[in-house]
Design a protein around this ligand. Structure first.
Ligand code: SF4
Ligand code: SF4
Length: 540
């Protein structure tokens, strides 16, 4: 019999088929993006609220179905499916209330008649979600949230690292589009999340891609050249070629090709360019770009995007420390998890501010959400332990969106990354805000890497990538005059207008569409013909 561990991440889904008798991973399937329109969790939430949670739920379930078909096994033999992710993804998966996650203010909630929902652990038949045919003999296991704003993904990040048993001040961060983090001082835990944006995982930058085969995940200096390091089919780091990042001249190659760059590669390239004096101040690059391979460039616009992501994380870390009342130098441990946490050169991350340079020890882990889902699949009794631990954790959540301290730090970060504000001016700004000066980056710290890749074993069946999920959302556009302005305006070629039996229909590629943060097709339409609240799912 089989089990499936599923991680519903903001930037993509990961699923593993597991042989329950042999306790072995058989195959891993990942997507290269989230199936819902939009680049971050708030876009997904907004889509679900404006277009309908049923539609969002259907898109997610259809994506998971398509992933499971890639396992190429008799799905009636799947007994257990454990699912982990943040509260928004897990609620959309289960088609349960999400409005409490959108409207945090008490007054707004009262006005709309919305109440905070308890997201306890659940075990229920898969037929409730997948119908009678897909997984007929399977039960679904969903781990609990710690409390309203602190979801199962945050619990996974604490459980799967040493964070919970660490007596000394420690910080854990799950690096992703929405970076979850928690600070522990004795028994006190404060959680937070920073809307870092997709650039931290390599999306939303010109040659960017998620951590997957062919992605540049690291660069190392070799004389005047840079050694390009890419992920292979097994998601392991491999030396590719030597390149001059200013001229693009390639010197020698080991046969591994690069197809794009992921977030950790961007961090590495920035750190190296800073160290070698190629960058004096952000976002200026030599000749306006760094060349990392044929057709693979980092532009100054990318520096700004990635800088905003790194800046959001650094600002959130500093906010947590300052608001908790400890000093930067009190921090002993920083745990890093997620694909970016696993593949990044921690030394580069420290130098750039993506990891706290003031932590004395850094420990790197992989995908903790998937790791927890795996445990829940493999050991039926593990869920009871997890529930008991979650109940014991008393944590407070710090809302970055309403924190003045975060706001002040983030303003400084924006000026540093996008306008080249010198660090001396950064410190002067902090003094004006009544905040302590920037923490010193320690010269030598202890860095321990517990994993070599974010998904430890992909299984004997290897890694299968569902690059294009192919889910189409459509809406009739009765007033359409077929001017195609919307199609031309779309930056992602996500939209087409078709005519069927004399009726015009707008068809959206759900995965490609940027959603709420874009809406250019809607605003450019001279006839006001597109009503995105009426989108419905259709198969391609
Ligand atoms: S223009 Fe429309 S279809 Fe294209 S990305 Fe923006 S919202 Fe999506
Ligand atoms: S912009 Fe409006 S009128 Fe023009 S093709 Fe698109 S939907 Fe039709």
């Amino acid at each position: 019999m089989y089990g499936i561990a599923l991680d519903l991440g903001t930037s993509g889904f990961r699923a593993q088929l597991i042989d329950l008798e042999k306790k072995e991973t058989l195959k891993t399937v990942i997507t290269m993006g989230h199936p819902l329109p939009g680049g971050n969790v708030m876009d997904h939430l907004d889509f679900a609220i404006t277009t309908g949670e049923d539609v969002a739920h259907e898109v997610i379930i259809e994506t998971i179905r398509r992933m499971f078909l890639r396992f190429d096994v008799d799905l009636s033999r799947v007994e257990r499916l454990a699912v982990c992710g943040n509260p928004i993804q897990l609620s959309l998966f289960q088609n349960t209330e999400i409005r409490d996650l959108a409207y945090a203010g008490e007054n707004k909630q009262k006005m709309l008649g919305v109440r905070n929902v308890k997201r306890d652990a659940r075990v229920f038949p898969a037929s409730e979600i997948f119908g009678e045919n897909d997984l007929p003999n399977c039960e679904i296991i969903v781990p609990p949230a710690i409390k309203h704003e602190i979801g199962a993904d945050a619990l996974a990040m604490m459980l799967e690292t040493d964070f919970l048993i660490q007596p000394e001040p420690s910080l854990v961060t799950d690096y992703g589009t929405n970076a979850e983090m928690a600070l522990k001082i004795g028994d006190r835990i404060i959680t937070a999340s920073a809307a870092a944006g997709p650039a931290i995982e390599g999306q939303g930058i010109s040659s960017g891609m998620l951590a997957s085969p062919g992605a540049i995940c690291d660069v190392k200096p070799e004389g005047q050249y840079w050694r390009i390091i890419v992920l292979d089919r097994e998601m392991e780091k491999q030396n590719a070629y030597l390149i001059d990042p200013v001229t693009g001249e390639i010197k020698e190659s080991y046969g591994f090709e690069a197809v794009g760059i992921t977030g950790t590669g961007v961090i590495s390239a920035f750190a190296l360019a800073l160290r070698s004096g190629m960058i004096e101040k952000f976002p200026k690059l030599p000749n306006g770009k760094l060349i990392l391979g044929p057709g693979i460039e980092i532009t100054e616009k990318d520096v700004e995007e990635a800088g905003k992501a790194i800046g959001a994380i650094r600002a959130a870390h500093m906010t947590l420390i300052v608001e908790s009342g400890i000093k930067y130098e009190d921090l002993e441990y920083a745990y890093m998890s997620g694909a970016s946490g696993a593949y990044v050169d921690a030394e580069d991350a420290r130098r750039l501010g993506a990891a706290p340079g003031y932590a004395k020890k850094i420990v790197q882990f992989g995908n903790t959400s998937l790791a927890l889902a795996r445990e829940l699949v493999l050991e039926e009794s593990r869920l009871d332990d997890v529930i008991a631990i979650a109940k014991k954790i008393t944590a407070d959540h710090l809302m970055m969106a309403t924190s003045e301290t975060f706001n002040n730090f983030y303003l400084c970060e924006l000026s540093y990354w996008t306008q080249g504000m010198p660090l001396e001016t950064y410190d002067q700004m902090l003094e004006l805000y009544g905040l302590p000066p920037l923490p010193k980056t320690l010269e030598h710290v202890n860095i321990e890497k517990r994993v070599v890749k974010d998904i430890e074993e992909v299984g004997s069946g290897g890694l299968s990538i569902l690059k294009e999920i192919g889910i189409i959302l459509e809406v009739p556009v009765e007033k359409c005059v077929y001017c195609k302005k919307c199609v031309k305006e779309c930056p992602e070629t996500a939209l087409e207008i078709v005519e069927i039996d004399g009726h015009r229909i707008a068809k959206y590629d759900s995965q490609k569409c940027l959603g709420t943060s874009c809406r250019r097709c809607v605003s450019v339409c001279p006839e006001d013909a597109i009503d995105i609240t009426k989108l419905k799912i259709t198969a391609k």
